[in-house]
Design a protein around this ligand. Structure first.
Ligand code: FPP
Length: 246
């Protein structure tokens, strides 16, 4: 029986973020090139989207390409960008059928033009959907995002449009690329690596972390449900005591 039946409907996290890791190792285990892992990782992306829609997750953020990933061999970067364009184009109908709205965070201007166009088109064609917001983090890193936010705040102060005593957590959040989304309640990272890797460092302050050894291309719907069930068993105290929560 599917683990889905064990999920408590009114305790589903509103926002799940995923560091999809292990594509390269998965491919190498089969004696294939790294891109074979990325190509197979697309099926796991589909599963995570469908599972999110089915159980009522409202926001799903996927770390698809980090600022640091630009340092990979050119062939891998080109192949990843092509895969992205191909996947977005092919999945458009399915996203619309499932009520998925596409958004991005990251330095999108830095992506190849073909990628920017495919994203712009898909964002436009899915903008009325309201079941799940799928946020692709592309050419994204937290330090890039926070540096940008500080620069923008400093400029506002220089131009006397903002005063330093107006700076608070809400103001900083409003300058981040995630300003229109709630913070994730659950972060999943696959492949046995236990780190955050420059991903949503501000937004993850109170997020529950779930690490699994499963490599991303093997991460199916049941794996996703398992992470949700684990999340639902946790006590989120936000600095308070257990007694205060009662
Ligand atoms: C990390 O595995 C994965 C990536 C850098 C890319 C993720 C891309 C996809 C899943 C496919 C396309 C995505 C979308 C949203 C359609 P890795 O290469 O770092 O694996 P390794 O740690 O085993 O080398």
């Amino acid at each position: 029986m599917s683990l889905k039946t064990q999920i408590i409907p009114n305790k589903v996290p509103q926002h799940v973020a995923i560091i999809m890791d292990g594509n390269g190792r998965w491919a190498q285990q089969q004696g294939e090139l790294r891109i074979f892992g990325h190509t197979n990782g697309v099926e796991s992306v589909r599963s995570a989207i469908t599972a999110s829609v089915e159980i009522g997750v409202e926001f799903l953020t996927l770390y698809a390409f980090s600022t640091e990933n630009w340092n990979r061999p050119k062939e891998e970067i080109d192949a990843l960008m092509n895969l992205l364009v191909q996947s977005i184009t092919q999945e458009l109908d399915s996203m619309n059928e499932q009520g998925v709205k596409l958004e991005t965070i990251g330095d999108i201007d830095n992506l190849p033009k073909s990628c920017q166009l495919a994203l712009k088109d898909a964002i436009d064609k899915t903008k009325k959907n309201d079941k799940l917001t799928l946020i692709l983090a592309l050419s994204y890193s937290s330090r890039w995002e926070i540096t940008n936010a500080i620069t923008k705040i400093a400029l506002q102060i220089e131009e006397n449009k903002l005063s330093s005593n107006e700076i608070n957590e809400d103001l900083i959040s409003s300058y981040l690329s995630t300003s229109s989304f709630p913070d994730p309640e659950l972060l999943i990272r696959t492949s046995g690596e236990n780190r955050i890797s420059n991903f949503l460092m501000w937004q993850l302050a109170y997020t529950e972390l779930f690490f699994t050894d499963i490599l991303w291309p093997d991460f199916d719907k049941e794996c996703f449900y398992k992470a949700i069930i684990d999340f639902q068993k946790r006590e989120r105290r936000f600095g308070k005591t257990t007694e205060q929560l009662k």
